[in-house]
Design a protein around this ligand. Sequence first.
Ligand code: MG
Length: 390
Amino acid sequence: MPAAAEVPQPPNAAGLSPWASHPSQTRGRRHPELPAPTRNDFQRDRDRIVHSTAFRRLVYKTQVFLNHEGDLFRTRLTHSLEVAQLGRSIARALGLNEDLVEAIALAHDLGHTPFGHAGQDALHECMQEHGGFEHNLQSLRVVDQLEERYPDFDGLNLSFETREGILKHCSRSHALAIDVVEPGGVARRFLDRTQPSLEAQLCNLADAIAYNAHDIDDGVRSGLLSLDQMQEVPLFERYRQQVIAEYPQLAEKPRRWLYESTRRMLSEQVYDVIDTTRAAIAAAGVRTADEARLAGPLVRFSQDMHTKSAQLKQFLFAHLYRHPQVMHTTVQAKTAVRELFEAYLADPLELRAEFASRADRHRAVADYIAGMTDRFALREHERLTGKRLL
Ligand code: MG
């Protein structure tokens, strides 16, 4: 056995690289709080997210397939858990902060409307004249304002670094508006054109890796995609062929071929991100988390994997997200959101009391609808219009 001194030591006791987000260097919370005795700030953020109402609602919110279409399809909740798993694995290998990655991943979809992107598009159209609706901004609104769990402040009062990761896209006009309320805060980077922390960059990529893989699985499970059709996707096809050659005896159990091919595809992407990011960090010569913010996107795929991942995404767009059956529910979901919006606007007393009492009526209606689960939205739609959709 080597002497203790010869065993390579992690960069510090927590295993964090110098360019990781260190909780001791957090830019803090908007409302100052005493530190927790046993948890650092990012662990505390994660725990607040898990205990939030918005987080529990994710279980009944659509990812691609509506919640009631089948019990085994991904929901926003299981999707968020998969993003957290992939993100943490990669973070550990890169010496990034796993707690922060987990917090961002679990919160990244909190602002999603019922019925997935169809719901968001419909709500955005309803809010066209009133500032629009965007799910990333809404995720930030949820953790900053809409959660009502603490006596002293609205929202969850999360750390800057977690909020920075949650706000992953933001238009210039929205960034300007947020920067007035919170000067130099989480929207500043969209004006300065700098990057968020490496942990936030990682969550974006883990999100794409997760949905590209699980949408294949759900697509095949639903019968809308076939394994044969997947031959069009080079990233998947290589593993499909390998697996079929290695396990010809599983011809009767093609689902195992699917799982094994997906598993190998996921692993290749994870290793690609780890290797590419390590090299990019070394090449950029960053020494701290703040230097990483100035160095351009560092957590990324290799060029080759980037191309393959884009091909997979295009395939899913063409054959799954635009599948006639999915499009049919999309149209109905949009109708449900639009008619709900009109009904609440016409009679605000139908809103829950804390929304009915707000002066910013359109935004209050949008916040209320955005928070709904798929099934609650459908129940409310039926109650208010007498029509049954989906
Ligand atoms: Mg997501």
